[in-house]
Design a protein around this ligand. Sequence first.
Ligand SMILES: Cc1ncc(COP(=O)(O)O)c(C=O)c1O
Length: 382
Amino acid sequence: MKTTRRSFFKTLGLGIAASATAGTMLPRFKAEAQTLEASATKIFDNGIIQLNQNESGRGPGPNTLKAIRDHATKRIGRGYPSDYVNELHETIANEFDLDKGNVLLASGSTPLLDGSVKAFCSRTQPLVTAVPSFSTSASMARKIGAPVREVVLDDSMTIDLEGMAAQAPGAGMIYLCNPNNPSGTIHGPAAIEKFVRQVMQTAPGTIIHIDEAYIDYADPGAMETALPLVNEFKNVFITRSFSKAHAMAGLRIGYALGHADTISAIDNSWGMGDVTMLGAVGALTSFKDKAHIEWERKENAEIKALVTKTFEDMGFEVPKSHTNHLFVNLKRPASEFREACLSEKIAVGRDFPPMENSHCRISLGSREEMTQAIEVFKKILS
Ligand SMILES: Cc1ncc(COP(=O)(O)O)c(C=O)c1O
């Protein structure tokens, strides 16, 4: 999608006008403001339903949006250093019973992924990763000339932990995405613990990065955070993102949790970017709004069940997803399906080698978006 500077500011103008008024107005004007806001989104998205980047079709919760709007004042002119960023740092540390030195904030979790590869991998220290999995770490490894040891997902589209552990000796870092993007599959706490203990024995010098970007979407009880392993092993760290269930991809906030030495090695290796004042205000509110995140998980789960059933009814296999996306075995190249969808104004995921000739990743949008998308999927596939 291409957005000209002018159309971007036009969009922004509409959005701000709508937001500024929505909180205080009579219902009639409120509805009008909401319509304006919806049309602003439409202009920005160019009329295309975006099911290609695992973003949120719903946006942040109402409390978070209100907090951001309430802070969109002249005070932005005095933004550094922001007390809100400090408060966010402290709040996250307290939530996980850690010190501030165990928490690293960044503008999205991407700089943390990049930074950790720069810190722990090199020409002589390979990266181990599953394929297909989130590819930022592997891309950075290739950029700096670090070898990449790839371990293909097993037949159930789950990360092959035995295979990953076998590749650990001599590696600088293992990237383990749990839940995994694009497959949506998970490993429960017992399997992760067994894997970590095994690697810490056979490859004590290797760092393990567990990316929990989608953890808030996992079915209750199906998986757990690897935080207890972070507390036990200096070489294990976690990253999280505010871009998924918290729906703040556009505000760019992520964080890492780990041993203070591991955290400062990541921090020293790469610019982490600043967290903005409005981003921190939004993240603080959303982080505390557990009820909304639970609502978001349930809403996504219901939509996921509906879309999964649609594909299964047409005879396509869908691995059990604990995320806001599905990795459907369409038995045809993803590119074919992608082009057909795009001609119907729906963008679906990119190629995920080595499964680009059979599987396509489809992000889950809002109910309204998915109702439209389902009709298009049926038209193309049946
Ligand atoms: C598994 C995973 N980790 C990290 C990211 C990066 O997200 P962000 O930089 O927005 O926090 C993504 C984005 O799609 C992701 O899927």
